[in-house]
Design a protein around this ligand. Structure first.
Ligand SMILES: Nc1ccn([C@@H]2O[C@H](COP(=O)(O)OP(=O)(O)OP(=O)(O)O)[C@@H](O)[C@H]2O)c(=O)n1
Ligand SMILES: C[C@](O)(CO)[C@H](O)COP(=O)(O)O
Length: 272
């Protein structure tokens, strides 16, 4: 089983191990050994939207190529999902601009994790739809877990919880209660009022759905912008369950988020 989490030192050794000896006879046992066999195994397809431009990150290249503990950000995220026995397929939506990188320098890592590259689009929903379309006809997949490639720190416990809840309800997402006080700006002078936060949560990913439900939501989607997939499912009238996730399941959006992620990965080396 591919090691999916740990501190920087542990993760580096995993990558070196994987890239040093890439023969299928070496890799296959890692990817499939001791995975508990159950009828729930490999019934979930992961869709990793990775076709964004990372504008808020402020670099010329995609933020997903930024190094975290000396490994590319996207690889951290993909490895976590690839290490789960429930995951039968991983579709990663990438941009045309990034395809030469994934099919060139990173081709070995893409192949190790058995990632299927699909063509992402200008909006996140276009990228997710590309992953969903790639699942057409695959009756082995019962559910889809959409997980931002920019969220490398999702924990196994949170994955187990959201997979389980979605299998029961048809739709579930990781989320955290709003931690601070929420203000709404009310005029051009930046004056504000305070919003009652008691019912407010911040959505994370994975967002997990029965595949037919997600297909219905995308079939009826007419293009009104949505920043997550749960909103599309809400729009067709299906409830989406909130599963409380860890606060360290952060999305790498701004440069400083990478420092936070590195500190989180190193917490264990200091007994944190
Ligand atoms: N057209 C898009 C836009 C976003 N994403 C992916 O969706 C995830 C969450 O989006 P976000 O954090 O906003 O990434 P970017 O869109 O790249 O960031 P920005 O808005 O700063 O440009 C990222 O993994 C991103 O690559 C995608 O696959 N296709
Ligand atoms: C899907 C998401 O991560 C839920 O919080 C978020 O909406 C995607 O990030 P973005 O910055 O809104 O594109």
């Amino acid at each position: 089983m591919v090691e999916s989490q740990g501190n920087c030192t542990q993760l580096r050794s995993t990558l070196r191990l994987l890239t040093d000896r890439l023969s299928p006879s070496f890799i296959d046992p890692i990817m499939t050994e001791s995975a508990p066999q159950s009828n729930q195994d490999k019934r979930i397809a992961a869709i990793l939207p990775a076709a964004g431009r990372g504008q808020r990150f402020g670099r010329a290249e995609n933020k997903l190529f930024a190094m975290l503990c000396e490994e590319p950000l996207w690889f951290h995220t993909a490895r976590v999902l690839a290490s789960r026995p429930e995951i039968g397929r991983i579709l990663m939506a990438i941009s045309d601009q990034d395809r030469p990188v994934f099919e060139g320098p990173y081709a070995k890592l893409v192949n190790i994790l058995r990632i299927e590259l699909v063509r992402g689009g200008s909006e996140r929903t276009d990228s997710v739809r590309a992953g969903l379309d790639a699942l057409d006809g695959d009756n082995s997949i019962a559910m889809v877990a959409i997980h931002d490639a920019a969220r490398p720190l999702v924990s196994d416990a949170d994955l187990t919880a959201v997979f389980s809840r979605a299998s029961k309800t048809g739709a579930a997402i990781l989320a955290t209660p709003v931690p601070g006080t929420i203000k709404r700006k009310i005029n051009s002078d930046d004056h504000s009022i305070t919003i009652d936060r008691r019912e407010l949560w911040v959505a994370q990913t994975p967002q997990v759905f029965h595949v037919d439900l997600l297909r219905q939501a995308y079939d009826r989607y007419r293009g009104r912008p949505a920043t997550d997939d749960a909103e599309l499912v809400e729009r067709i009238g299906h409830p989406v369950a909130l599963v409380r996730g860890r606060a360290d399941n952060i999305k790498i959006t701004y440069p400083e988020d990478l420092w936070v992620a590195e500190a989180i990965l190193n917490r264990e080396s200091k007994g944190g």
